[in-house]
Design a protein around this ligand. Structure first.
Ligand code: CO
Length: 134
């Protein structure tokens, strides 16, 4: 069911500092920041040969990553995104096994314009999983 790792997302308290660390210290190729108000984040894409890392900074009052940063003030790995060919088939297979899909269970359009779902971290060893249909 799972395909490639589409991205790994890291929540950061200071996007400019995170960009400097990835670009200057680690020597990575880093995009310009993109504000995504409908997702409550500003994102920078770190382009790697085999996948990408997304650096997420809270945007607005009720950012979905605000609580995470309260618990992890210096930042931390927030989620990993796996690609699937058919997100509805993936959801139905997961829920049939008892895995919990966050929200109302219907895919939303994610930061890349593709349908996404998030899976409860307690069902997957403490890791928030995003599925993206590609
Ligand atoms: Co993501």
């Amino acid at each position: 069911m799972l395909g490639r790792v589409n991205h790994i997302a890291i929540a950061v308290p200071d996007l400019a500092a995170a960009v400097a660390a990835y670009r200057d210290t680690l020597g990575a190729s880093v995009s310009a920041p993109q504000a995504l108000p409908e997702h409550g984040v500003t994102v920078v894409f770190v382009e790697l040969p085999n996948t990408k890392v997304e650096l997420l900074e809270p945007l607005g009052g009720d950012s979905p990553i605000a609580a995470f940063l309260e618990k992890n003030p210096s930042g931390g790995m927030h989620h990993i995104c796996y690609e699937v060919a058919d997100i509805i088939a993936a959801r139905d297979r997961l829920t049939a096994t008892g895995a919990r899909v966050l929200g109302n269970g219907e895919p939303k359009i994610g930061a890349h314009g593709k349908p996404v779902l998030f899976l409860h971290p307690k069902d997957f060893f403490g890791t928030l999983i995003e599925l993206e249909q590609v």
